[in-house]
Design a protein around this ligand. Structure first.
Ligand code: HPA
Length: 271
């Protein structure tokens, strides 16, 4: 059984030394997972955009990825994302561990529970019409704590709160869209945090993410033009620190879960 899974975003395509590559088939399609040692234990790693960054955000098979981790027995998931800063105080290079999200995606498969498919979650069958709750915590407090503690141990600064807005993409936002997101309460904007976080909850998995601010979002900070090049360049500057945070965080995740994430399906299992 593998306990911890890591989903790496833009810029993280390899994390493990000499991983075992496995293609797992799920009711939602195939997922490629890499197994290997990281942070003192065997973990499962998924490069979200594929091994060569060939999968755009709206084409990522979020359901297959999460379900494959579930098949391996993973209960604890950490993810990374590149984001733009809606809040001008969040300078490029900053790490943010968001505590909530707003999902503005438009055409993604956002649930496992289509009314028909029966899933197996840690040995129990679950299906039908299921509405998981995103309260009291949108993201797992234990995983967020493990990431925060890892950064502290390494002497790296992180911003321990923030609202992640997920845009559909594939283009970057317009300045007016970013102003609207600001009014809605968003601090950072990316294209991959949703529906991933909610799908993890639908499998009663713990999930938290750490975002790297790679740029000011469109129209923020008076910048004329935002390019993908700029996003990748800033990400590559932070990748070593980010990998070290993840490595340490693995060891900081308690073996026993004391967060409520594991109970996400309990009310539906007793029906
Ligand atoms: N917008 C959306 N996604 C992003 C951005 C952005 O500005 N930067 C990195 N990912």
């Amino acid at each position: 059984m593998v306990r911890v899974g890591i989903i790496g975003g833009s810029g993280i395509y390899r994390l493990l030394e000499s991983p075992e590559r496995r293609v797992l088939s799920t009711p939602f399609g195939d997922a490629t997972v890499f197994l290997g040692e990281f942070g003192g234990e065997e973990i499962a790693f998924i490069p979200r955009h594929g091994e060569k960054h060939e999968i755009p955000p709206f084409k990522v098979n979020y359901r297959a990825n999460l379900y494959a981790l579930n098949l391996l027995g993973v209960e604890r998931v950490m993810a990374t994302n590149a984001v733009g800063a809606i809040d001008p105080e969040l300078a490029p290079g900053t790490f943010v561990i968001p505590d909530d999200f707003i999902d503005l995606t438009k055409c993604r498969e956002g649930t496992f529970y289509d009314g028909k498919t029966i899933l197996k979650v840690r040995g129990r069958e679950v299906g039908g019409v299921i509405h998981v709750s995103m309260t009291p915590y949108t993201y797992c407090p234990e995983i967020r704590g493990a990431l925060k503690e890892a950064a502290r141990e390494l002497g790296l600064e992180v911003v321990d709160k923030g609202v992640y807005v997920c845009a559909e993409g594939n283009r970057f936002e317009t300045p007016a869209e970013i102003r609207a997101m600001r009014i809605l309460g968003g601090d950072i904007v990316g294209m991959t945090g949703c529906p991933e976080a909610a799908l993890a909850r639908e499998l009663a998995m713990c999930y938290a993410s750490i975002s790297v601010v790679t740029n000011y979002a469109a129209g923020v900070g008076g910048r004329a033009k935002l390019t993908h090049e700029e996003v990748l360049e800033m990400f590559s500057r932070r990748i070593n620190d980010l990998s070290e945070i993840l490595r340490r965080a693995v060891g900081n995740i308690p073996v026993e879960r004391s967060c409520p994430c594991g109970e996400a399906l309990d009310e539906f299992l007793s029906r």
